[in-house]
Design a protein around this ligand. Sequence first.
Ligand code: ZN
Ligand code: MN
Length: 147
Amino acid sequence: MITHKKRFETIIQKLKDNGHKITPQRIAIVKILVDSEGHPSVENIHAQIKTDFPTMSLATVYRNIVLIKSLGEVLELGFPDGSNRYDGNKPYPHPHVVCIKCKKIVDPDLDSLDEMKKEVEVETEFKILNHRLDFFGICSDCQAGKV
Ligand code: ZN
Ligand code: MN
């Protein structure tokens, strides 16, 4: 299990290695990114950061996320409605479960995924490099009418 602290250090180091300045604003963005369990949107990160950096614009947050993404340190989950969400803890492809009501996104542990990848490779003779696997449903909170 990769800890949030380790992910934080990895991303900061990667930024340094690529010649990017480590500003307090940048540190704050990376912190929120790795401390968030729920796959935040840029808007959500911006809302959280405004407490400490009231003047930081949404565009600045967005630029930083794009930068971290270009370094391969955050996974972007794009959705057709444009509400992209981000996972700074697992920057590699992994499946997600999306609640269609409250938009909560959870990482399921799927043991069968490796097997599925092999099955796809055998059946299609593709060399699989990447995958995108989303399950959509209604979370337990929404089923109970709590949200
Ligand atoms: Zn829900
Ligand atoms: Mn995830």
